[in-house]
Design a protein around this ligand. Structure first.
Ligand code: PHE
Length: 347
């Protein structure tokens, strides 16, 4: 029996040493120590031993069991760390490999200028609103005092959706004046930027789609002086304190009196010439047109339910592309819409 036990110890040690997975270890544990295992089988024969032999064999059997258990634990730990090592090795990351660089974009120059303009107006208490690009002729023309037959209503200038010319792509942001006055009571202070559409061929200064920013202020005692003061202050914020402005009389059906506002050309300083050549920025004009404006026509106020005897107001509409071109020294409108990255990267 002693020989049998020593045999078990030797075989078990060798087998355990060779085992290389947790499953193989478990199989061996059952084989040697399990209820039907070899050590158990030997112990069952203990009853046949003499009284002197029994404790000696008992002790030996216990030490074999303890050795096998200790070896099992040792192998378990060794296999566990080997598996871990292998996993770490196979999943190793080389953190020194350069990553994929993500090129960060930035706002489109038009949005930069729009954002800046909005911030200035919000600082002056204007409420920024949005309106529909598909508009009713009623809002785009009729209620702005633009009568049937007016040239701007012509099919060759306006994108109409319906045969009866009642639905169109707005040609200006001025319909937002009506929409705002319909839903709000004075005092009013509105800014409405957005896209407008006209049947124009694209060239350096025209595009069938462009952006306007409409402004409207209505309160008691608003005068042309308020219009001039507000617009000059705003333009100086955008173009610099030393920029020169002028107002010219003009005509719009929905304002009376009406005017246009020009800024002195920043390139030729109003002379129209640079080094003996016609200034390319203002085409020799000396001035750059910025916007149309005027005192809201009493008929327009009336049709929105505002008493023109009590209230008066001013409105203006500026071209955003034109503002951006002046602000960022862009000489061709098409560049703004081309989305050429070489152009956009310059801002
Ligand atoms: N809507 C006019 C245009 O597109 C500009 C304008 C706006 C004029 C508001 C006066 C008042 O030309």
């Amino acid at each position: 029996m002693k020989q049998q036990l020593e045999q078990i110890r030797l075989q078990a040690m060798a087998a355990l040493e060779a085992a290389d997975s947790p499953a193989a270890l478990e199989e061996l544990r059952v084989k040697w120590l399990g209820k039907k295992g070899e050590l158990t089988a030997v112990l069952k024969m203990m009853g046949k031993l003499s009284a002197e032999e029994r404790p000696v064999m008992g002790q030996l059997a216990n030490s074999v069991r303890a050795d096998i258990e200790a070896k099992l634990e040792e192998r378990k730990a060794a296999i566990h760390s080997a598996v871990l090592e292998a996993k770490l090795a196979s999943e190793a990351l080389d953190v020194t490999i350069p990553g994929d660089t993500v090129t960060m974009g930035h706002q489109h120059p038009m949005n930069m200028v729009l954002q800046q303009i909005k911030e200035i107006f919000v600082g002056l208490g204007y409420q920024v609103v949005d309106g529909p690009e598909v508009e009713l002729a009623d809002y785009n023309f009729t209620r702005l005092n633009i009568e049937e037959g007016h040239p701007s209503r012509d099919r060759s200038d306006t994108f109409y959706f319906s045969d009866d010319d009642s639905v169109l792509l707005r040609t200006q942001t001025s319909p937002m004046q009506i929409r705002f006055m319909e839903n709000n009571k004075p005092p009013l202070c509105m800014l409405a930027p957005g896209r407008v559409f006209r049947k124009d061929e694209a060239d350096a200064t025209h595009s069938p789609m462009f952006h306007q920013i409409e402004g409207l202020v209505v309160d008691e005692h608003i005068t042309m002086g308020d219009l001039k003061g507000a617009l000059v202050a705003i333009m100086k914020k955008i173009y610099g304190e030393d920029s020169q402005m002028r107002f010219r009389p003009h005509h719009f059906p929905f304002t009376e009196p009406s005017c246009e506002m020009d800024m002195q050309c920043h390139k030729c300083h109003g002379t129209g010439e640079v080094d003996g050549h016609v200034c390319s920025t203002c085409h020799g004009e000396g001035w750059i047109e910025l916007l149309g404006a005027g005192m809201v026509h009493p008929e327009v106020l009336k049709c929105c339910g505002i008493d023109p005897e009590k209230y008066s107001g001013f409105a203006f509409g500026m071209g955003l592309e034109r503002m951006a071109m002046g602000r960022m020294r862009i000489n061709d409108l098409r560049l703004i819409f081309d989305n050429d990255i070489r152009f956009l990267n310059q801002f």
